[in-house]
Design a protein around this ligand. Structure first.
Ligand code: AMP
Length: 191
């Protein structure tokens, strides 16, 4: 089984690229942000809880996020593997994911990081707000908070997989197709 973590800061283009990669490698694209947004739209209890964090650019607590992710993975027994997009966002989530996959005699194949400078991310997010309608994309203060949370809580996830020898980094600046190409080259080395 191929389990990829598509990693990078908010605005790096993870969602766009995960869609291409899931098709190319026949993997299930699992975006925790998308699942939370679905619940917000449906007005479920989980959605209301998630909104109270997401609208401020904060992370939903690990316990809630990990439980939701487990349930989503368990729904897909037919999967050949997963592309995790927006997860894990903390080292605790990474440790929980490793343990969960180990119970199934599986493991994370690689964390592939898309590297994009902060200035470019801010511009991309503001632009994305025009089409996404996402509250958390529109406000410069919320964007700054998301980038701070990324630096402080999420970036250490990269170090976690670097220590396990599972880290691959690619330049995340360029056209969508150039970046897809770089990702495919990186993934083909893993397989
Ligand atoms: P995203 O679409 O990945 O930027 O996620 C949107 C929002 O959902 C984030 O700002 C968080 O509030 C929440 N979220 C998504 N994934 C996670 C996660 N793995 N851990 C905690 N919160 C998350």
């Amino acid at each position: 089984m191929l389990h990829l973590i598509l990693f990078g800061p908010p605005g790096a283009g993870k969602g766009t690229q995960a869609a291409f990669l899931s098709e190319q490698y026949q993997l299930i694209h699992l975006s925790t942000g998308d699942v939370f947004r679905y619940h917000m739209k449906e007005g479920t209890e989980l959605g209301q809880l998630a909104r109270s964090y997401a609208d401020k650019g904060e992370l939903v607590p690990d316990e809630v996020t990990v439980r939701m992710l487990r349930e989503e993975v368990e729904k897909r027994n037919d999967a050949k593997g997963f592309i995790f997009d927006g997860f894990p966002r903390t080292v605790a989530q990474a440790v929980a994911l490793d343990a969960f996959l180990a119970e199934r005699n599986e493991s994370v194949s690689a964390l592939v990081a898309m590297e994009v400078p902060e200035e470019e991310l801010k511009e991309r997010l503001i632009k994305r707000a025009e089409s996404s309608g996402r509250v958390d994309d529109a406000d410069p203060e919320i964007i700054a908070n998301r980038l701070r949370v990324y630096r402080e809580e999420t970036a250490p996830v990269q170090t976690h997989y670097e220590r396990l020898g599972r880290y691959r980094g690619i330049d995340g600046v360029g056209s969508i197709s150039e970046i897809t190409q770089r990702l495919v080259e990186a993934v083909d080395q893993i397989k």
